[in-house]
Ligand binder design. Structure first.
Ligand SMILES: [Zn+2]
Length: 138
């Protein structure tokens, strides 16, 4: 049996997708992504149809604890938002957040988005469901 203590990096470094320099976390709010409906939940979480049905029944809006949008700062490119996703080994993968990511985030701070009614609605929904958020181990 493997008895090695896992040595995990305390602070993971992130690099600018544009200029490759080191990025700094702004330390602001994390905006988690959510999925709605069985098909979307199944696709995004990569799980079985049966399991997706179960989750969809209990969580009309499923907030993904492992994927979120977070603000970073680059000395050259200044403020930017990255989409972070936590892998099973605990490491975070990052890429620039896209418009599609924002549309799936539980609350958008982006003033350019025209339909604030939808995001406010989903924010309320996610707050409601967030109280009994469960982690589903795959
Ligand atoms: Zn940069």
């Amino acid at each position: 049996m493997p008895n090695k203590r896992r040595t995990r990096q305390q602070t993971q470094q992130f690099f600018c997708p544009i200029c490759q320099q080191r990025l700094w976390r702004s330390g602001g709010t994390k905006y988690h992504l959510y999925y709605q409906g069985k098909a979307e939940i199944q696709e995004k979480l990569n799980i079985t149809s049966k399991r997706a049905s179960f989750i969809a029944t209990h969580h009309p809006v499923y907030v993904d604890a492992n994927v979120w949008l977070e603000e970073f700062f680059c000395k050259v490119d200044l403020k930017m938002w990255l989409r972070l996703s936590k892998a099973s080994d605990g490491l975070l993968h990052s890429r620039l957040a896209t418009q599609a990511d924002w549309e799936r985030s539980v609350k958008t701070p982006d003033p350019d988005l025209p339909n604030s009614t939808v995001s406010e609605f989903t924010y309320r929904m996610s707050r409601r469901t967030g109280q009994h958020l469960a982690r589903y181990e795959m």
